[in-house]
Design a binder for this molecule. Structure first.
Ligand SMILES: [Zn+2]
Length: 206
């Protein structure tokens, strides 16, 4: 049965889910999963969209302790947003009526590290496809004074990681009338977050 989850409630669910994850997460029996699969055969109504890195240590359904059918997940190295990611979010917002879009970056991100390396050394090149991905991350720190002035590589990666999440959120709004209109109407909320791999804590931005 379809129920509408308002953005505030969707965010509360993810916050509560990360708290549960830190306590070990909830457990399910084979019977629970069988019922869940059965209930979902006719359709999905994920309450939130999560754009996360492909990193094997950052699985959204686990770190937010959510069940089958709860999250519409888009994963790509460096949690960047280009046309394919925008289209996926548009589908979730417009058709599935998800009311929350979260872009979650993480500490120790290899894609962010590689992009920072390429920014600092123009001689560094990867494959053409990887260079495009790196380019999307470096757009985020273009003209970023804090990034330029940060003394250490660790700090630069930290700043770039957060800037990359903000840039991804901006792209979602700037590249999509559907997402921009839904946000303006209050039907969807966009938030950024950072996952700390060592502690398992999701820090919410703003
Ligand atoms: Zn990553």
């Amino acid at each position: 049965m379809e129920t509408t989850v308002v953005p505030k409630e969707a965010l509360r669910r993810l916050k509560a889910g990360n708290e549960r994850f830190l306590q070990g997460g909830h457990s399910l029996t084979a019977l629970d999963l069988e019922k869940m699969r059965g209930d979902l055969v006719s359709g999905q109504h994920p309450f939130a969209v999560v754009i996360a890195c492909s990193d094997s240590r950052v699985p959204p359904s686990l770190i937010f302790d959510q069940d089958l059918g709860d999250l519409f997940v888009i994963r790509v190295a460096g949690n960047v947003v280009g046309p394919s990611q925008v289209a996926s979010v548009e589908y979730a917002v417009d058709v599935l009526r998800s009311s929350l879009v979260v872009v979650v970056g993480h500490t120790g991100c290899g894609a962010i590290g590689a992009a920072v390396k390429a920014i600092l050394n123009p001689d560094v090149h990867y494959s053409p496809s990887m260079d495009m991905l790196m380019g999307r991350i470096s757009e985020a720190v273009h003209d970023d004074g804090a990034f330029a002035q940060a003394p250490s590589l660790v700090e630069k990666c930290e700043i770039a990681g957060r800037a990359n999440v903000r840039h991804a959120l901006e792209n979602l709004v700037n590249l999509s009338d559907i997402i921009r209109d839904a946000e303006a109407a209050g039907a969807v909320k966009l938030v950024g977050a950072q996952y700390d791999m060592a502690s398992g804590v999701v820090q919410w931005m703003d």
